[in-house]
Design a protein. Structure first.
Length: 606
């Protein structure tokens, strides 16, 4: 057997992943064959923490092949370590594959959680970190709750600290800063090693800055400096923490209007390079761009874009080259708003980023990130109705067109086994959701089971994309319609009404075969309330007869159509592209000022 004692403890602690992977190497309960296979795990583990990734991969995969299906405990240890290895190297497809295998192994063998809780906690911790990078929140929270229950049973403060830190990140994502602060203070109290504690202090420092509690931030500085001095400078993570420290320090200097000092400090840190890849790099360039002149601003934003890509080459900007999607979207938005160049190319890429994530919640998360940006573009092109129409569709493509695309997809070259599994999971999720709807007080176990099925669906979708080129092409094609092609397809008696809601502003575009007209309406504060009560009335009462001379129906008509009705005199068929809350509204029940239902005037489709 390989003796782990020769690995320098301090050095290993400095190289250990932030996620806290730690394996139990006790072999007393394993047979001779498993013990022999575990030799590879020992050696792979050592190379892992020595940052010798290629060697670690060779030993770990060799050991996994030898032990797979023979010993679930050892098999899981290999999967956990390989998943963490790929995640650290940003090989996200490979990481996802091994996270999937490890997660399914835990689902199929619930006893593993109790027999090797340390490894299960570490795996869940890694998995939630991976989900965090993909913008996922709800599924991540469900897994974190599992891990936290396990950590409470293990009674190791550092383990509790790991999960509490991930939970704090979750609350940051969902905007609950109060819960985030409580958990950060808790995880600091449970964290003994300076290396881990430093990241907690830095997160707390950023929280205080975001809340404009600059005095609290200043009080943390000595503690941050002390722990930073105790972390080995030879580790990759040291440069990451150091950059984060100076990024926050520069924000503080900018806050104090010490702009020159802030720029010099941050630029000097960014020029050092050779650090572990981190989202802070992109944020730092955007911070500098915010305080720069236009000529320099564009250059800094290009650097921010480059730092979000795998090869750091902005010339190779493509969906396959994206490493940090959220930060890339922020940088692209800044670039477009500065020079108005490459708008359509940027929006196409943003749409592809939205679709590339397997989790439905992530798609909605990015949708909310992009919508205000679309609103700004529309606001800047109010005289170009064609551009407004296209921007509307880019803004909705990530969600609405996804439905259309999914219906178009042909599964001819996808293995029948995967299709069968997809149908099984879809049916399983439907049954669970029906049960959830019936239960007045749904149990946590039912909610967790729904989350687990959604995770398996997400992994399966990725597997289908990798196996089927035609599936992938259809899934991620740019399906935003072109104005001229749409107009060619329209008949003289047809018209399209397209809507886009941006806060209290409603944009609408009427498209006919020979003309196009845009309109902007500032909605009154009671619009949503009126719409909600109107929908409730509609779905409570059968038929449309009760809505004759309804003031609410007429008011909604004025907001949604208004003077556009002058252009509809020769129209008998209306195609409506709704948005947000309007997706629930049957336009047929709207009334003109004369009390005439739209149902009586037009054949309406959606």
């Amino acid at each position: 057997m390989v003796n782990m004692d020769f690995v320098d403890t301090q050095k290993r602690d400095s190289l250990i992943l932030e996620n806290g992977i730690e394996l139990d190497f006790s072999t007393r309960s394993l047979g001779l064959e498993a013990q022999a296979s575990e030799e590879y795990l020992y050696i792979g583990y050592i190379y892992f923490f020595e940052n010798k990734e290629d060697s670690a991969q060779i030993y770990l995969k060799t050991g996994l092949k030898a032990v797979e299906s023979k010993n679930d405990t050892l098999n899981f240890k290999y999967l956990a370590l390989i998943a963490g290895l790929y995640d650290r190297e940003y090989q996200l497809d490979s990481a996802q594959l091994y996270f999937k295998k490890g997660y399914n192994l835990l689902l199929d063998n619930p006893q593993l959680e109790s027999s090797i809780p340390n490894e299960a906690i570490s795996f869940y911790n890694n998995f939630t970190s991976f989900l965090n990078r993909n913008g996922e929140t709800k599924l991540r929270k469900s897994i974190l709750d599992k891990a936290y229950d396990l950590a409470l049973g293990v009674k190791k403060k550092d383990y509790l600290g790991f999960i509490e830190y991930q939970l704090a990140k979750h609350y940051f994502k969902v905007g609950d800063l109060e819960s985030q602060e409580k958990l950060l203070l808790l995880t600091i109290s449970h964290t003994s090693k300076p290396f881990y504690r430093l990241s907690r202090y830095l997160s707390l420092a950023r929280l205080y800055q975001d809340k404009n509690q600059w005095n609290n931030y200043e009080r943390l500085l000595p503690k941050i400096s002390s722990d930073l001095s105790k972390v080995l400078e030879s580790s990759k993570e040291y440069s990451k923490h150091k950059l984060t420290y100076y990024f926050l320090y520069s924000r503080w200097l900018f806050h104090r209007n010490e702009n020159i000092e802030a720029k010099i400090l941050l630029v000097s840190q960014l020029e050092l390079g050779n650090r572990l890849r981190t989202t802070i790099e992109s944020e730092a360039y955007l911070l500098l761009a915010k305080h720069a002149q236009k000529e320099e601003k564009e250059q800094l934003i290009n650097k921010a874009i480059a730092s979000t890509l795998i090869d750091k080459n902005p010339e190779s900007l493509s969906i396959q080259n994206v490493l940090f999607p959220q930060e890339l979207i922020l940088a692209l938005k800044q670039k477009v708003l500065i020079d108005n160049m490459g708008i359509k190319e940027t929006l196409t890429l943003i749409g592809q980023i939205q679709k590339a994530f397997p989790f439905e919640e992530t798609k909605y998360t990015y949708q909310e990130e992009v919508r205000p940006f679309i609103g700004q573009l529309i606001q800047g092109h109010q005289k170009d109705a064609g551009a407004i129409f296209e921007y509307m569709e880019y803004g909705k493509a990530g969600i609405l067109n996804q439905v259309v695309t999914d219906q178009e997809i042909k599964f001819g070259d996808v293995a029948s086994g995967l299709l069968k599994k997809k149908k099984t999971l879809d049916r399983q999720l439907l049954n669970l959701r029906l049960k959830l709807a019936k239960d007045k007080k749904p149990s946590d176990s039912l909610v967790n089971k729904i989350d687990e099925v959604r995770i398996q669906q997400s992994f399966l979708q990725k597997e289908m994309e990798q196996e089927s080129p035609s599936y992938y092409d259809l899934k991620y094609k740019d399906n935003v319609p072109q104005i001229k092609e749409l107009q060619k397809s329209l008949k003289p008696h047809q018209a399209i009404l397209n809507y886009f809601k941006d806060g209290e502003t409603l944009y609408s575009v009427l498209l006919k075969k020979d003309r196009i007209k845009a309109k902007q309406v500032i909605l009154q504060k009671d619009f949503n309330k009126l719409l909600s009560s109107f929908l409730k009335e509609i779905y409570t009462n059968p038929g449309f007869g009760a809505y004759g001379q309804s003031q609410t129906a007429q008011k909604l008509y004025t907001w949604l159509i208004g003077d556009l009705d002058r252009e509809l005199n020769d129209v008998t068929e209306l195609i409506i592209l709704r948005d947000e809350e309007l997706n629930q509204l049957p336009f047929e029940v709207l009334e003109t000022n004369d009390g005439e239902l739209l149902l009586d005037k037009y054949a309406i489709s959606y």
